[in-house]
Design a protein around this ligand. Structure first.
Ligand SMILES: [Zn+2]
Length: 372
């Protein structure tokens, strides 16, 4: 199907967030975006009134037709000290998991407001740099697909395969397949470069971490199980990551600072392995340069379904809270994690383990997370 046909079909589709009624005049590209990708319009409204010290840039545009180009924005703020630690937040890698973008838009809106009056935030932002990519896959989000507009699953698309001998932990085709875009979880052709959205992500991450000693990233997804999970790598192998002691220290810091939290902090490989995970790939590329802790927040969206089973009949229903009060709650519920990560990055020297403590932390993490 050509991209204009795709657009035509979703314009009239009952899955569109606000479907057009028949007989209305055809809408402009701008109106189409405002209706079908309200998160992008919301982001642009936020950026238009961002306080001093916030920089945004369009890293690339995804073309869906001659008229319809969707920007991939990055927003940066905090200290300009090039050696300060970094917090990197991203969402929307999977187009149907739009709740992640909503969580980051809520975060940015609150932060922009507080930057104008809260001296504690001003002081905090002098100690870290923050880069946010709230909508990594705007084409997929507009089209209501997990994949990007080329039908490729961006988190199966990086050039990294599950380690040999671990194939029992990959569930085909969800772990990534190369048959074609007619099935979900398509990795793309082996000989092709990474997709544009992933190349943008790679370029932004590389630029942002350059010269810094420490970075923590959080990429937000939804759709796995009933619990909210914070996942540590890897997706491509069961063997623990080299920075396991630091991950355990961070997990302990979070649990101690938020005693009533309800997240399951664990390696992703406890559940499944997958080919082509872009964060595994970026981490492997960068781990010699800095201490880089990539986290995934996986929102347990099946609860929303349990409370409202007819969501199953909506294409977004498995991944997104469709009732407004539940959406608000989901956005609200995760703000304390983001606030915590800002503080943890800004004060990383206070909790990152000393060399002598790393071995005991590693043993504790293996005992907790890697018992078969
Ligand atoms: Zn996802």
């Amino acid at each position: 199907m050509s991209s204009s046909r795709v657009l035509e079909s979703i314009t009239t589709s009952p899955f569109a967030i606000h479907p057009l009624s028949s007989g209305q005049r055809p809408e402009t590209a701008r109106e189409h975006i405002a209706r079908s990708l309200p998160e992008l319009a919301q982001l642009e409204r936020l950026l238009a009134k961002a306080p001093d010290g916030v920089n945004s840039r369009i890293e690339a545009s995804v073309a869906l037709s001659d008229e319809l180009h969707l920007p991939i924005y990055s927003i940066s703020l905090g200290t300009r000290d090039p050696h300060a630690p970094l917090l990197l937040l991203s969402a929307g890698l999977h187009g149907i998991e739009r709740i992640g973008s909503e969580v980051l838009l809520g975060f940015l809106a609150g932060l922009f407001e507080r930057m104008q009056w809260d001296q504690a935030i001003t002081t905090l932002l002098e100690k870290l740099h923050i880069v946010v990519l709230p909508i990594v896959n705007p084409g997929g989000m507009l089209l209501r697909t997990r994949a990007n507009p080329n039908g490729i699953d961006l988190n199966r698309n990086a050039p990294i395969d599950v380690e040999p001998g671990q194939h029992k932990r990959i569930f085909w085709p969800t772990g990534g397949q190369r048959l074609g875009a007619f099935l979900p979880w398509y990795r793309g052709r082996k000989s092709s470069p990474m997709e544009l959205e992933n190349r943008v992500l790679q370029a932004v991450v590389r630029r942002a971490v350059s010269g810094r000693p420490v970075a923590i990233s959080l990429d937000i997804h939804s759709g796995f199980g009933c619990r909210d999970r914070i996942w540590i790598p890897y997706a491509y192998r069961r063997r623990p990551i080299a920075c396991l002691p630091e991950m355990k220290a961070l997990a302990d810091l979070w649990a101690g600072s938020n005693p009533h939290h309800n997240y399951q902090f664990e390696p992703q490989s406890n559940h499944y392995l997958a080919h082509g995970d872009v964060w595994d790939y970026l981490h492997n590329q960068l781990e010699q340069e800095l201490l880089f802790l990539p986290l995934t927040l996986e929102l347990g969206s099946w609860n929303w379904l349990r409370k409202r089973p007819r969501q199953l009949f909506n294409r977004l229903g498995l991944f997104h809270p469709l009732v407004p009060h539940r959406l608000k709650r989901a956005v609200r519920d995760h703000q304390s994690l983001l606030q915590f990560l800002m503080s943890a990055v800004a004060s990383c020297e206070a909790w990152l383990p000393a060399t002598d403590d790393r071995e005991s932390l590693r043993e504790a993490a293996i005992e907790l997370w890697y018992q078969e």
